[in-house]
Design a protein around this ligand. Structure first.
Ligand code: ADP
Length: 503
């Protein structure tokens, strides 16, 4: 028996309640640098560091006395040369020969400790890298999108100037390349954000029918331009999915615009949705087209970033990022995306998402703001709070062209607040990155001041993150437009808000 115990691959130690070692097997003696039997009769303190003694007296021994056993306890034993040996122990307390014996089995944890240390280091490095990536992305988002505001903004202004044919062609080239670059920037940033775990994706019950209607309406102009008929097969009104509404709309728009872009002349696109019978907890959206389809060997390359499957050689514009982004988004919402395609006949892209209970109807949107202090001469007064000279210049030009507007400008948050209180404009355009007081703080200050609380405020920001948009709309902004400004949309929003004030 003693031989068996001595040669066991685990260490064994038995001590009495006074801490005297009754038996230590040869394996343990060897680990700790002692001759066999050399530990018998010694105090257990000889094997414990200062910290180990405290642990033994306050935890291990009381635990044994209380429960009669202690399982998987990690601590260190002191070797004869003073170095420490990480161990895991299982201990039991038994009555033997009229006294208590505390029997412990030890397993060395050298490698585990090393792995744990390595894991900890790797975790720290990953956290630091992820933080650096988040900072980099937010900076890049701003730095890349801001100059695009000038390129696209002034380009759009030039487009409506009386230009000769060759000048017009140049402007169109600038705008086309600018829009392509903007799309690329947005998609690369979006994918990077998802991969860096920087995207917050909400999960709300959304009516499938409403969402399809929205996506359908938004794709119509593109379809008309391309001569493609888009049809929608509405699903029952109670069908709902659990998803992020902005992201799901983005997904459907992406599939629809692909189905239009890669279709044949006079082709057709069908948007449909069904509750899945074999998986009743899932709703499937399908976008079916009559395009050229995708060959079996190319199907495997779909959903990869920058993979255009040969379309790069053709006329159809694209970045090769839409489907890669869609896949990441769907998966982040707990769903799946896929495609069935027959070459020469067409493709059917599908998205499966978890089904949800139908949401109850939200109350009607906020009451219109009453008219506030328009200029005496009938001109609308708009205050633009912005510190970037190029952006100010652009909006000045847009307003001059629109007419009927007196533009006030402030380049810092406090100056903007002051001017808003004294001039009480009809509308405030607000940049978010302002010196001295951020646009977000200024928005809060304007909303909490009774003199300015009802003035419509439109945020103009290069930050297109859906979470930021939602947060600022909740904080009281009437609209949120992302830079680069889309001229037509900008004008429409301004016209609507000014009409609301006048009404
Ligand atoms: P993009 O359209 O910007 O090139 P996507 O990631 O949306 O990028 O699509 C990747 C590629 O997949 C496209 O370039 C195209 O070759 C192919 N593709 C996507 N949708 C369809 C479709 N409905 N029919 C045929 N090919 C498609």
């Amino acid at each position: 028996m003693d031989e068996l115990l001595d040669n066991s691959p685990g260490g064994f130690l038995s001590f009495d309640d006074s801490g005297k070692i009754v038996l230590a097997n040869a394996t343990l003696c060897e680990w700790l640098g002692y001759e066999a039997r050399a530990l018998d009769g010694k105090q257990i303190d000889a094997l414990l560091s200062m910290g180990g003694r405290i642990f033994y007296q306050t935890h291990l021994f009381p635990l044994l006395k209380l429960h009669g056993r202690a399982d998987e306890i990690y601590f260190s034993l002191k070797r004869r040369d003073g170095s420490s040996l990480a161990v895991m122990t299982n201990a039991v307390r038994r009555e033997r020969g009229g006294a208590f014996a505390n029997d412990c089995v030890f397993l060395p944890m050298r490698q585990r400790r090393e792995f744990e240390d390595e894991l900890l280091e790797a975790r720290k490095a990953a956290d630091a890298a992820s933080e650096a990536k988040a900072k980099f992305l937010s900076m890049m988002s701003h730095e890349l999108r801001t100059p695009m505001n000038s390129i696209l903004g002034f380009g759009q202004l030039l487009e409506i100037e009386p230009l000769d044919a060759s000048q017009m062609e140049c402007v169109e080239q600038i705008l086309r390349a600018g829009r392509h670059l903007l799309e690329l920037i947005n998609e690369v940033l979006d994918i990077s954000r998802i991969e860096a775990g920087q995207v917050t994706i909400s999960a709300e019950p959304i009516s499938a029918q409403n969402l399809m209607r929205e996506a359908f309406a938004m794709t119509r102009p593109l379809a008309e331009l391309a001569g493609i008929t888009v049809r929608m097969e509405l699903c029952p009104s109670e069908v709902a999915v659990l998803a992020d509404p902005i992201r799901l709309r983005q997904l459907l728009l992406n599939l629809l615009s692909n189905a239009i872009k890669y279709n044949r002349i006079n082709g057709e696109v069908r948007l449909a949705c069904e509750g899945r019978a074999e998986a009743s907890a899932t709703v499937r959206f399908t976008v079916r087209d009559t395009g050229h389809g995708i060959s079996a060997e190319k199907l495997g390359q779909l959903f990869q970033p920058f993979e255009r499957l040969g379309a790069e050689a053709g006329e159809i514009e694209g970045t090769g990022l839409g489907l890669a982004l869609s896949k990441r988004l769907v998966e982040a919402m707990g769903g799946a995306i896929g495609v069935e395609s027959v070459e020469g006949e067409g493709s059917c892209f599908w998205i499966d998402l978890p089904a949800a209970e139908m949401p109850t109807l939200a109350p009607a949107s906020t009451a219109p703001a009453p008219g506030v202090g328009g200029a005496a001469d009938g001109e609308a007064v708009i205050l633009y709070v912005e510190d970037d000279a190029a952006n100010l210049h652009l909006v000045r030009k847009i307003m001059a062209r629109r007419g009927g507007v007196r533009l006030l400008e402030a380049t810092t948050g406090p100056a903007g607040l002051q001017l808003a209180r004294t001039a009480v404009p009809d509308l405030i355009l607000l940049d978010r990155q302002l010196p001295e007081m951020s646009g977000d703080e200024l928005l809060a200050a304007l909303r909490s001041d009774s003199g300015t609380s009802r003035i419509p405020i439109v945020i103009l920001s290069a930050d297109a993150t859906p979470a930021q948009v939602a947060r600022l709309l909740k904080a009281g902004a009437d609209d949120y437009l992302t830079k680069p400004i889309d001229l037509a949309q900008f004008r429409r929003v301004i016209d609507e808000l000014l009409a609301r004030c006048a009404g």
